[in-house]
Design a protein around this ligand. Sequence first.
Ligand SMILES: [Fe+2]
Length: 438
Amino acid sequence: MSITPPPTYSPPKQEATALTGVVSDLKQALAEVTKTNTTIVPEVAKKHFNVENPAPVNVFNYTGAVFDDDEEEYEYADYLPSFPELTLPPLGDIPFTDRGHFADAKKANLYAEAAAQGGSVKHYTPVLGVEFKGVSLKQLSKQALDDLALLIAERGVVVFRKQDDLSIEDQLAIGAHWGPLHLHATTGVPRKAGLEHVHVVYADKGARPDATAFAKLELYHSDVTYELQPPGPTLLRNLVTPDLGGDTIFSSGAAVYSSLSPYFQKYLESLSAVHSGHEQAKGARSAGQHVRREPIETVHPLVRVHPVTGIKSVFFNAGFARRIVGVPKAESDNVMRFLNEQFAVNHDFTWRVKWEKDDVVIWDNRVVNHSALFDFWPERRHAVRVTPHGERPESVESYEARTGLKAKDWADERYKALGVAKPSLGGGVGKKERGFKD
Ligand SMILES: [Fe+2]
């Protein structure tokens, strides 16, 4: 891959001139408003921004609503997004058994097969991230895929580099091994027929980021959590990757849970949140796209337990969670804001993936949130996602009653494995001032 160094930015003359025109007209309009006490600013907006005939802007569709369709020879034209006018019935109960239950605790099959292929494996942060190089996903046995399901549950996100031998059918088959595949209600599916279970992620020069649509903090999400059975391990393969940017940041809900006081952990364990698909459907409709399944709202526990690892995770995301049930709005708003900030600002809970062409990243949507970075415009980014359903999220109380086991705290387990005591929060009383060591 060739890396183009970032250009030195100097504003194009034409833009500068246009902006100067807007500023001068605004100044004149504001002077007029002051003089006459009338509103003239919209006239300026009409003149410069064509507000009477605005271009359609889909503020909800962060994967881009306007597509560059002028290249007939585009290699991945079959996988460009399309919006078939299907009508899908509501989703009911979907049978699901996590394949991680069938894994070897040490992932012996997976590591043996990776070694037999001559590949390498590297772990990244204490909480997240494993990278496989020189390992072909499509050659892994069913037993190795079971081990991989457990590895993803434990490590949140796993990257397989350079999967250029993986067809979309192979990707679908791996996803289907882990769970029944999700059909998305709104986002694009490939133009090629028969790939309705594939979710297309696509942006190009026609999809300029709209900074007025989302704050960066609002971009952290777990996929389609409004569904009754949101996804488990989810596979995204990048077909076209920008030379610069387009990374994805993952952040661990297990680490967020572990970082909180036992009092706050208990409080969150007692609560549920409403997750909504309505805004996504509204966004699709406003962009003129067909909504294939009517949107729903679903209540999920705010702390869920992974069915295989028994680890507790904060299951909250700004993308779809709308309110905490049974608490005053001010409390709900502030707790949601706090939780979302914890995902975003604790860099030690995150891992940032730099994509290369044909990389496949697999994350467990039950235990991590993620945020794409839309810093690559006007370059193209094109990826295809396969999204198996998981179980209906289970609260701590329900998990412990069902299994007779105690749900686990990720940090407790980590320090136990290290053979050292978990650092105490202490009483916070009588502490000495500590200066910043730099
Ligand atoms: Fe996503």
